[in-house]
Design a protein around this ligand. Structure first.
Ligand code: KPL
Length: 303
């Protein structure tokens, strides 16, 4: 049997999308799921917003419950599920296991750095749009960009090697040796859009029609800009409010990932998005009252 190239931990919308296209490019992919009795999973991918619009494809994946070491691990579980999910497979992670985090929010990778300090840990961020229409039915809603890098210079070669390996996939990602700045830009967008879609119970684009939501978005963006500039040491290259409004417009028909979790009654990623921002602000001695208010409002609604 050929060696397994990637194990995907958390085959939700983004995990299934990546599993799908890695397998499509001929890589050997296995899924890691919580269901002990599950040995295979059929994933249906529906194409929207790019080539083959409306086309459905179904592909079978093995679910791996073995105890053998994992070579490359793609972590796509929700940020708050990371610790439990990694604990469950800790016996399969060695100093040679490459771990790539591709999640919304910030800071979940710190679990891996603590549990597996010798394993190469790299980070990615993607704007590929995917959502779950039903169990194991994923809609690829729009094309985006994927960036990969490492916070530690010792693991940059591993990040470059993944970028090379994925050149033959649909994603053809880019390497960024300042992945932190890119992750912050995504965090900023998520801080500006996701919690407000929960508070106003609306799609991303509808925020732009609500004057009070826009006032809040403006205040959120001003605070995030200040924290981001302090963390990265440089001011944002474009006004965040402009960027956030642009993303809200382009993804106007989307329900944000936080709103989807909220509507399904599932825990949201608020602590790894606005919660992370507020924590970083405190560490730096900065005041972020609008974000703190939004954080506590969403926590109250989702507890
Ligand atoms: O990343 C997103 C999310 O929903 O988490 C945005 C960019 C807001 C698109 O919905």
């Amino acid at each position: 049997m050929p060696p397994i190239d990637w194990h995907v931990l958390g085959p939700g919308a983004i995990g299934s999308l990546f599993a799908w296209y890695l397998a499509d490019a001929g890589l050997q992919v296995r899924l890691l799921t919580r269901h002990a009795g599950e040995s295979a999973r059929l994933i249906t991918l529906e194409h929207q917003g790019h080539l083959d619009k409306g086309h459905h494809d179904t592909r079978a994946f093995h679910v791996d419950h073995h105890d053998t070491p994992i070579q490359r691990l793609l972590v796509t579980v929700k940020a708050h599920q990371t610790e439990t999910a990694l604990h469950a497979i800790a016996h399969r992670i060695t100093a040679d296991t490459l771990i790539l985090f591709l999640q919304n929010g910030m800071g979940a990778w710190q679990v891996a750095e603590r549990l597996f300090p010798d394993s190469p840990c790299i980070l990615g961020t993607t704007t590929e749009g995917a959502w779950r229409a039903a169990d194991h039915h994923i809609v690829h809603a729009g094309r985006g960009e994927t960036w990969i890098g490492s916070l530690q210079s010792r693991w940059q070669p591993q990040a470059v090697s993944v970028v090379r390996q994925w050149q033959h996939t649909l994603f053809h990602p880019h390497h960024d040796d300042n992945i932190l700045a890119r992750l912050w830009r995504k965090l900023a967008i998520n801080c500006a859009i996701n919690p407000l879609t929960v508070l106003y119970d609306c799609r991303n684009g509808e925020l732009l029609d609500k004057p009070t939501a826009l006032v809040q978005m403006k205040a959120i963006c001003a605070e995030v800009e200040e924290v981001m500039a302090a963390v990265l040491g440089v001011p944002a290259s474009m006004p965040l409010l402009e960027l956030a409004c642009d993303v809200a417009r382009k993804t106007g028909a989307n329900q944000s990932s936080m709103l989807q979790d909220y509507r399904r009654g599932q825990p949201t990623e608020i602590d790894f998005i606005t919660g992370y921002l507020v924590q970083e602000a405190r560490r730096l001695g900065l005041d972020v009252p609008e974000n703190a208010a939004v954080l506590s409002a969403v926590r109250q609604m989702t507890q």
